[in-house]
Design a binder for this molecule. Structure first.
Ligand code: SF4
Length: 355
């Protein structure tokens, strides 16, 4: 049997935050300076930030990516945008980084912009889509319509960039159905990845005033988890990789902004809930006469399936009157797939395989 060598790629991201730079909009939920923890953009510090980050990268790193996050990159005045791109481009030309990623708004995408991004070797564009419901976009003062987002996604795909769609959960006037529709649109439009952000109410935002006036009620953690898990499931079933669920718990968030809607483990809770739903569906479908079941998940996913403090297995054992629930890892299951193995005969057999 020939020896199969598996080469694991080690990817490192160097994030450069450019809060609010280029954005003339004022979305009700946004306080970019607070979200990123960077008070303002300083051109003079960009080079040293990159150099410092590069000096800390492990020697076994196979791919380093420079990521401009936090603003509306393609709405930055063109000379500044080109300066940033050419700075990144120099690091790329020298081989110190391998790719460039940026985030922007759908209404700051057009052919001229995409031509410029192509010239400087940008690989991935992340679009703050947030919702594909015009009602929700209006209530959130996004300043563009769903049609704008559809056009931007189509154009980006036409140029063959990698596309990541960012969406939010629990925006003003948003329903679970709106969010399911938005996630399906992200899949339909060919996004290669997605980010799910449950809404957080930050100080000094319109959303906070709305909450104080009783015009907006943040989701409870439980509601945010259930709704995020529903869209996570859609991305999983469509093969769209979810890069993140929830904001990073950087120091600013932890110290200053323990405001409504924020939970540091929202991503983990969402994935736990996804597994709970999948396991319930399998148990509804396949009865176990012996009262013992074994679920198979992919490598490394046991703790997410079992749930925090074994909450998933305890809940299911009680609900379905099972004696024992075991979760095992199997090479036959990939990604966020899960299978149910019965123990109703002397040998285990696959009852189902979801992937
Ligand atoms: S478009 Fe982005 S940066 Fe601008 S206000 Fe909205 S969320 Fe903030």
């Amino acid at each position: 049997m020939p020896l199969k060598l598996q080469i694991m790629k080690k990817h490192v991201n160097i994030p450069i935050f450019i809060p609010h730079l280029g954005c003339s909009n004022s979305c009700v939920f946004c306080n970019q300076r607070k979200i990123t923890g960077v008070p303002c953009y300083d051109r003079n510090s960009v080079l040293s930030e990159i150099e410092t980050a590069l000096s800390t990268i492990d020697t076994d790193t196979t791919e380093t990516e420079l990521a401009f996050f936090g603003g509306s990159f393609t709405a930055i005045p063109e000379p500044e945008m080109i300066w940033l791109l050419s700075t990144a481009g120099k690091f790329k030309d020298s081989g110190k980084i391998q790719s460039i990623r940026l985030s922007t708004r759908p209404d700051a995408i057009n052919e001229r912009i995409l031509d410029i991004l192509s010239t400087y070797g940008v690989r991935t564009i992340e679009l703050g889509l947030q919702s594909f419901s015009d009602k929700v976009l209006t209530a959130s003062r996004r300043g563009h319509t769903a049609k704008t987002s559809v056009n931007a996604c189509n154009l980006i795909k036409k140029y063959r960039f990698q596309l990541v769609g960012q969406m939010m959960i629990g925006l003003p006037d948003s329903s679970p159905q709106d969010e399911i529709y938005s996630s399906k649109e992200i899949c339909r439009l060919g996004c290669d990845g997605a980010r799910i952000y449950p809404t957080v109410v930050f100080p000094e935002t319109e959303l906070m005033s709305m909450q104080e006036k009783g015009l907006y009620t943040p989701l409870s953690t439980e509601e945010a988890v259930v709704r995020s898990a529903d869209v996570f499931e859609i991305f999983v079933s469509s093969g769209v990789k979810v890069l993140r669920i929830g904001l990073c718990s950087n120091e600013t968030l932890a110290s200053d902004f323990f405001r409504s809607g924020y939970h540091p483990a929202i991503g983990e809770l969402t994935i736990n809930r996804y597994y709970l739903k999948k396991m319930s569906e399998l148990l509804e479908k396949y009865h176990s006469p012996t009262g013992t079941v074994v679920f198979a998940v992919s490598k490394g996913k046991t703790s997410q399936a079992v749930g925090q403090k074994r909450s998933n297995v305890s809940l299911l054992a009680e609900k379905y009157g099972l004696k024992k629930i075991r979760v095992t890892e199997s090479e036959l299951v990939s990604g966020f797939g899960i299978s149910l193995l019965h123990t109703d005969t002397e040998r285990n057999r696959y009852a189902s395989d979801l992937s």
